[in-house]
Design a protein around this ligand. Structure first.
Ligand code: OGA
Ligand code: MN
Length: 277
């Protein structure tokens, strides 16, 4: 049996999981321990993996039902509608993700887990940052926690539509945009009962019954708390890394310090989620 080892990646969130080959069949005890580590640590890092598309999907299924991107924001791998391809190469810069966000939070049921498998990495560049939204919530004052306890916010795909439809990149045009959705600002994790902040500056357009301008004044200190350096893990990619995160408890940010002459290729899967509560 594999000797599973968890090494903290930062004080804020994330563990590197050693001693496991994701391409093999994982026994149910290992799978249980990975699911528990995922919920507790929010970000799991696996190094030196060698995965086929089928292998990536089989591993994804340990955490939930794979879902195709409902907006088809990028091409998928030939024959694998549930594997999205993020590609950066000469003539085709990848669509930017350099803003803090939780994946597709404008859906009624945003995905639970996102998995990114690094195939090609520009050396020393293209890191991804993660911040812990559970710690961000816990660090708020009692007064602020009270103020936002029953607040809801609108999440919209409009920024992604602008990115895909108005910029030249690997993003596909979005032709039939879904409507915005209202979600609680404080989200309770269904497995642990932990509360986490659930807003992000990319998809969240304003709080319920407030203007965008009013919303900015409240949003700013919450996002500032969430993105303090000590609340972040910054992942330096190597080819063969698989990193997965819980969108209910984290935001992430793709550092854009490379250009289209520096190839980067990632495969991405997501698992179907629940209505945030
Ligand atoms: C994503 C994403 C980050 C990256 O796939 O959802 O934000 O570093 N990617 O490519
Ligand atoms: Mn993302």
């Amino acid at each position: 049996m594999d000797e599973l080892e968890l090494k903290p990646s930062s004080a804020a969130l994330g563990v590197e999981v050693r001693g496991v080959e994701l391409s093999g069949a994982l026994d149910s005890e290992i799978a249980d321990r990975l699911r528990a580590a995922f919920v507790e640590h929010v970000v799991l890092v696996f190094r030196d993996q060698s995965l086929t598309p089928e292998g990536l999907l089989a591993f994804t299924r340990l955490f939930g039902e794979p879902m195709a991107h409902p907006l088809n924001t990028r091409r998928h791998l030939d024959g694998f509608p549930d594997i999205l391809v993020l590609e950066n190469r000469p003539g085709l810069p990848s669509a930017r993700n350099d803003y803090w966000h939780s994946d597709i939070s404008h859906l009624e049921r945003p995905p639970t887990a996102t998995l990114l498998y690094a195939r090609t990495v520009p050396e020393g560049r293209g890191d991804t940052m993660y911040c812990n939204m559970r710690r961000a919530y816990e660090a708020l004052s009692a007064g602020m926690k009270d103020a936002i306890a029953n607040l809801r916010a609108w999440h919209s795909p409009e920024a992604t539509i602008r990115r895909n439809n108005e910029e030249h990149n690997d993003g596909l045009p979005i032709v039939d945009p879904p409507p915005p959705h209202l979600h609680p600002v404080v989200r309770t994790h269904p497995d642990t009962g932990n509360r986490a902040l659930y807003i992000n500056p990319h998809f969240t357009i304003h709080f319920e019954d407030m203007t965008r301008e009013e919303s900015r004044t409240l949003m700013e200190p919450l996002i500032a708390q969430a993105t303090r350096p000590e609340n972040i893990y910054r992942h330096h990619w190597r080819e063969g890394d698989l990193v997965m995160w819980d969108n209910r408890s984290a935001m992430h940010y793709a550092v854009r310090d490379y250009d289209e002459t520096m190839p980067r290729l990632m495969w991405r899967t997501t698992t179907a989620g629940e209505v945030p509560a």
